[in-house]
Design a protein around this ligand. Sequence first.
Ligand SMILES: Nc1nc2c(ncn2[C@@H]2O[C@H](COP(=O)(O)OP(=O)(O)OP(=O)(O)O)[C@@H](O)[C@H]2O)c(=O)[nH]1
Ligand SMILES: [Mg+2]
Length: 202
Amino acid sequence: MNERKGPVTLKIILIGDSGVGKSSFMNRYVNHRFTNMYRATVGTDFLSKTVNIDGDTVTLQIWDTAGTERFQSLGTPLYRGAHCCMLVFDVTSKASFSALDLWRKEFLVQGEPQDPSDFPFIVLGNKTDLSDREVSGRSALQWCEEIGAEYFEGSAKEDLEVEKPFQRAAQRGLQQVIYFDFMFVFKRHQRHQMSMFNMFIF
Ligand SMILES: Nc1nc2c(ncn2[C@@H]2O[C@H](COP(=O)(O)OP(=O)(O)OP(=O)(O)O)[C@@H](O)[C@H]2O)c(=O)[nH]1
Ligand SMILES: [Mg+2]
């Protein structure tokens, strides 16, 4: 447990092709609801949920994006300030899995995270309730190892393994906040020491 005072809000962003189930996964997690009806997300939307992460109370601000809008300029302000990015695909669609490479690259370009090589990505395979699977857990895991992401799979429809990826995203997001807070204090301390040193010398 850390010494943090006051609530922390973590921005978690869901991206991936249209129809993979981003909105469904978020709705299952936050509202415990699911519908078979498909209503494409227009623009962006977020839902909040307060959770306890290793003794810290944090508010997750989960941003759901429209899969159809990948090549529009929405990304820039939307991706900025994210603490964790969830790359979502449909396990019955190889194309949606292959597309994640571009989604990830675009996130890194437009979101400009402070430390791109260490930014936390969670890859999420949805629709495991379906039998016509095109992407095996093994190939998803292999790609995750290559890019340094963590892999989860589940089903928004059947409420399978929905909590875990969000719990992990929150943990990773919180680590980001703690790390950058620490670096901020550390650098300020270093600057202070340098100015004391200069005063002493001159
Ligand atoms: N069988 C099955 N269907 C699902 C699951 N999750 C979502 N769906 C269905 O897949 C369709 C698309 O789901 P959405 O959650 O709207 O997909 P999305 O990724 O938000 O799509 P965009 O908003 O267009 O980017 C809907 O008809 C859902 O009911 C799942 O776990 N299993
Ligand atoms: Mg949607």
